[in-house]
Every structure is written in structure tokens, then in C-alpha cells.
Design a protein around this ligand. Structure first.
Ligand code: PGA
Length: 304
């Protein structure tokens, strides 16, 4: 088939249907009627010579041909943004769009960083996606964003990862929680109720790995997808938790939290800024990396 058979409008419609998983939601997002969307998808499928979507119960799913086309459309999008940035650079401008996806724990340092970046590049529009590690890895695999921030760059993907900031995980308790004085071991804590992040989060992955290595099992009373909810529930006395130090702010004691001294803790794993190795970074993405890497001093807030 020839590239001439596909218009960029048809590709945009295809990518929107693929992203939203529905013809009607894509029609709404694109301000088109649903039949108009279906006709465009049929036209592409006719040019390709294979169906792009298949029905799976009430949902639609990409076929193998659909996956290939989606990846190609994203690569075209990358090349176009790089071209647009190069033209802007030739004109002496620093314009464009930057998409960054980050794990939930990383959002606590971001305002400080973004403030500087936005002041320096006021004409770069930024789209941020905050989600847990599993979701960020999915986005990375699908090449949905320019850059990703996470602790455990996926080993199964060919990526470039540059560590830039320490993300210590600490054991916390309500300030007045009765525990023996002095340094503790995990064995002292196994009988106490724990509130932990959900499976699929980077935080939980680090904790589970540590438990596996140390041969301990915790009494997990609740698994939750929110750092803030866990922190606040610990402060109300519901139990202990293991969270990123960055979630606790400058003075945890003021919010009713105590950081415990536990052997083997904090668990240390730096955040990295990550992208697919084959990704052609746009100028805004490169500018963001240049800002990110030296801007942070590597020191999370200390003390309890
Ligand atoms: P999380 O990720 O927000 O999924 O816990 C933390 C991390 O990868 O550092």
C-alpha cells in the first residue's frame, strides 16, 4: 500500500479511537459524528487491506495490523515534533509541547522543578500524567510521552535511564504509637498492622523485594493507591506504613507521623528520567532533561 492513501486526519482519528478504545468517545473528542469516525476507520482498513480493530465483548481491541499502525503513527508524530522543534530552533524560538509521565511519588518534587522550567521556557506547553509504575511502564511501552520519571526502569524494554534523585522509602508510625525504644528490626514489626501501596506501584515493588530478601512477611491490613491517604490514615492511628520520604513533607511530626529507625531502612532507589532508546527527543524534551539533571541536589528533606 502507498502512504498517499492515508491522510493525517484519518491517522489522527485512528489514534484517537485506539487511545480511547471506543468509536463513540473518539467521535465526541474529535467533534465528529460516530458514522464519520467509522467511515474513516473503514477507509484506512481498506487501504491497509486488514482490519484494525476487533470486537472483544462490549469493547474494541487493536488487531496486530492496528498495533503496527499505532506504533507507526506515534513514530510519525515524534518525527514531526522533532522537525517542528528544529524549525523553531532555527527561528531562535524555544516553543513546543512536552509530555512527561511520572510515578505518583515523584510529583512532590515536581512543582519546584517545573517552576524554573516554565519561567525559562514560557512558550513550551507541558502535559503531565501522574500514575503508578505499572501504568507509567504501559505508557512508555506505547511511546505515549516524551519522558518518564520512575524508580525502576523496566528491564524488558530497551531504554535510556539517567538517575537524578534519591527516593528513600521509610517506615512510619503515628507519633504516639507504642513501640520499644531504640532501633528496631523488621521482625519487631511483623505483628503490627501495615498500610501499603497497591500492587503495580513502584513503592510496593521495592517493599516486596526487600521482604522477599529478608524473609519476612508483613501483616498488610490495607493496600491503597494513594500516598496521601496512607500517610493520613497512619496519622489517625490505623497502623504503620512504608512510604517515600518525599511524601511526608518538611516536618512529618507536625502531621502526626514519626519516622522509625528500622534496620535495613530507608530502602534506597533513585528516580531516573527515562526514554525509549529509539526515541528521537524533541528540543523541549532535551531542554527538560538539561534542567532536571543538574537542578536537583539529590537531597530529599531529612529528619522526622
Ligand atoms: P509508585 O512509584 O508511585 O508507583 O509507587 C514509585 C517509583 O517508581 O519510584
Amino acid at each position: 500500500m502507498s502512504r498517499r492513501h492515508l491522510t493525517s486526519r484519518q491517522l489522527e482519528t485512528f489514534v484517537t479511537v485506539a487511545r480511547l478504545g471506543s468509536f463513540s468517545r473518539a467521535a465526541e473528542a474529535l467533534h465528529l459524528t460516530q458514522p464519520a469516525v467509522s467511515i474513516q476507520i473503514r477507509q484506512i482498513a481498506d487501504s491497509v487491506g486488514l482490519p484494525l480493530f476487533e470486537q472483544s465483548g462490549r469493547d474494541i481491541r487493536l488487531t496486530a495490523a492496528g498495533h503496527e499502525l499505532l506504533q507507526t503513527a506515534r513514530e510519525l508524530d515524534d518525527s514531526w515534533s522533532r522537525f517542528a522543534s528544529a524549525i523553531d530552533a532555527l527561528k531562535g524560538l524555544r516553543k513546543g509541547r512536552l509530555r512527561v509521565a511520572l510515578v505518583t511519588t515523584a510529583k512532590y518534587f515536581l512543582p519546584r522543578m517545573l517552576g524554573n522550567f516554565c519561567r525559562r521556557y514560557p512558550d513550551i506547553d507541558i502535559e503531565l500524567e501522574v500514575a503508578n509504575r505499572a501504568r507509567i511502564v504501559e505508557r512508555l511501552r506505547a511511546n505515549e510521552d516524551d519522558l518518564y520519571i520512575m524508580s525502576f526502569p523496566p528491564e524488558e524494554l530497551d531504554v535510556v535511564a539517567r538517575p537524578f534523585l534519591d527516593n528513600p522509602l521509610v517506615v512510619i508510625a503515628p507519633v504516639d504509637y507504642p513501640l520499644p525504644a531504640g532501633p528496631l528490626t523488621l521482625a519487631d514489626l511483623v505483628a503490627h498492622p501495615f498500610l501499603l501501596r497497591e500492587a503495580g506501584s513502584g513503592t510496593r515493588r521495592a517493599i516486596d523485594r526487600h521482604l522477599l530478601k529478608s524473609g519476612h512477611a508483613l501483616n498488610v491490613k490495607l493496600s491503597l493507591g494513594s500516598n496521601e491517604a496512607i500517610r493520613d490514615l497512619v496519622a489517625t492511628g490505623m497502623g504503620l506504613a512504608i512510604l517515600s520520604r518525599h511524601v511526608l513533607g518538611e516536618s512529618p511530626a507536625q502531621s502526626g507521623i514519626r519516622i522509625l529507625e528500622v534496620e535495613g531502612f530507608p530502602l534506597r532507589q533513585p528516580w531516573s528520567v527515562v526514554h525509549l532508546r529509539q526515541k528521537i527527543l524533541s528540543l523541549p524534551a532535551r531542554a527538560f532533561m538539561d534542567e532536571l539533571l543538574p537542578a536537583l541536589d539529590g537531597a530529599p528533606p531529612q529528619g522526622g
